[in-house]
Design a protein around this ligand. Structure first.
Ligand SMILES: C[S@@+](CC[C@H](N)C(=O)[O-])C[C@H]1O[C@@H](n2cnc3c(N)ncnc32)[C@H](O)[C@@H]1O
Length: 414
């Protein structure tokens, strides 16, 4: 990348100010680390300086023939949030899974000369590039390892923190084993189709969550690759996406649901236009039976009209119950307000639309303004009987999601 004409310094300073303003950077030492590392040196030649220092810009570095990104330099805002989630400080031993160079350089600044940073990637092209760029930028003390992050990096363990920068559908035992007691794991974890960067602290054989951030990451390759399960309806123009559990019903039955009855319920719950419904999505995904995500071809006008405004064309919470399914919809009583509703198809449409609507009302009443859920990760063999919340079972782990109890009337100020 050419830096002949414009210096990157003002852009770097502006990036850090913006990251602070948006709450992505909270500590001074994190700001100092982001100020010191020249991010543009880790971007491909064709990247403009403005793009390199744009807080939201993901810079693609490798993609497949069909255009799917398989490697990138992640956006500064999520890199900053994740190093904050991990609580990285001087002297720590840190493992980054998924390399690019820039994030490892920021971590190298944070851990300082007495710390240790290892970055591991499954792709030799990525590790070669990261090694070269780190050397050129003066960060040759970052150890770059070629390998499947599923196994962690036993030759450099234990670690005070592990930061996973690729979407993980599970938590393999190596990550827990290679962390010190009280150490942090931060990973973009996919649970019931929704991916959030979750920060955990290790407590014995468990991980207990301490933070959660919205994020999007490229999919894991190698032994930890877990494809999503798609159920096509209407010749694939509507799709239901499952994750850990397959579709509980024969897909043909659900395709016929379109002709077997429909229902629409409005909840009276409103959100501001553009307001995040992150906790609602997580609430529905973790508590609703038969939870899945609906997507559809939004350019098909007839179909879009029939579906009547799902809250998203690519990731709309839905539930399946036997021969019927329901999903979240919206309408706009005015320009600034969106009312949430549920629409259902199938013989059981009325009941299912009401069930989903009741869950939305419960979120609004009990959890909308609360701290959100706490996740605890147990080994897959843990006895589910003793666990105190909805359990999602994966290959390696059980995840228990506990939503805080809403304050009772007797707690109200008098
Ligand atoms: C978003 S990029 C990493 C970005 C990087 N941390 C940065 O500096 O911004 C994700 C990387 O994860 C890598 N990856 C995918 N599966 C992996 C696995 N099983 N083990 C290690 N790396 C993996 C990909 O090759 C890709 O380079």
């Amino acid at each position: 990348m050419s830096t002949d004409v414009v210096s990157d310094e003002p852009l770097r300073t502006a990036m850090v100010e913006r990251l602070r303003d948006m709450g992505a950077i909270r500590r001074d030492e994190v700001a100092a680390a982001f100020l010191r590392v020249p991010r543009h040196l880790f971007a491909p030649e064709a990247t403009s300086l403005e793009q390199a220092y744009d807080v939201e810009a993901v810079i693609r570095t490798k993609w497949t023939e069909d255009g799917t990104t398989i490697s990138s330099v992640s956006a500064p805002q999520i890199q900053a949030r994740m190093v904050e989630q991990a609580g990285i400080t001087r002297g720590m031993r840190v493992l980054e899974i998924g390399s690019g160079g820039y994030n490892a350089a920021v971590i190298a600044e944070l851990v300082g000369p007495d710390g240790q940073i290892t970055t591991c990637d499954i792709d030799a092209e990525v590790t070669d590039r990261a090694s070269r760029l780190l050397d050129e930028a003066g960060y040759s003390r970052v150890t770059v390892v070629l390998g499947d992050g599923e196994l962690g990096c036993p030759q450099f363990a234990p670690f005070d923190a592990i930061v996973v920068t690729v979407e993980a559908a599970d938590v393999p035992p190596a990550w827990i084993e290679q962390l010190v007691e009280g150490g942090s794991l931060v990973a973009p974890l996919r649970v019931r189709g929704l991916t959030r960067s979750i920060g955990f602290t290790k407590a014995g054989d468990r991980l207990v969550s301490t933070s959660k951030e919205l994020c999007g990451f490229v999919a894991m390759q190698g032994a930890g690759e877990r494809p999503r399960l798609w159920v096509p309806l209407r010749d694939g123009k509507v799709r239901l996406r499952f994750d850990e559990e397959p579709c509980p019903t024969d897909p043909g039955v659900l395709d016929r649901a379109f002709e077997a009855g429909q229902a629409q319920t409005w909840t009276g719950v409103t959100v501001r236009s553009g307001e995040s419904i992150d906790t609602l999505q997580t609430w529905l995904a973790t508590t609703a039976d038969g939870s899945c995500l609906l997507s559809y071809d939004k350019d098909d006008k007839e179909l879009a009209d029939a579906l009547a405004d799902p809250v998203s064309h690519s990731m709309c919470n839905a539930v399946v119950d036997g021969d019927s399914f329901a999903y979240l919809t919206r309408r706009r009583p005015n320009e600034d307000t969106v009312e949430l509703g549920s629409r259902a198809f199938g013989p059981n449409a009325d009941a299912l639309a009401n069930t989903l609507a009741d869950l939305v009302r419960a979120w609004d009443r009990d959890h909308r303004h609360g701290p959100g859920p706490q996740y605890t990760i147990y080994p897959a063999g843990a006895d589910a009987q003793g666990l105190d919340g909805p359990v999602v079972t994966k290959h390696h782990i059980k995840i228990v999601t506990v939503w805080p109890q809403p304050p009772s009337d007797s707690d109200a100020p008098r």
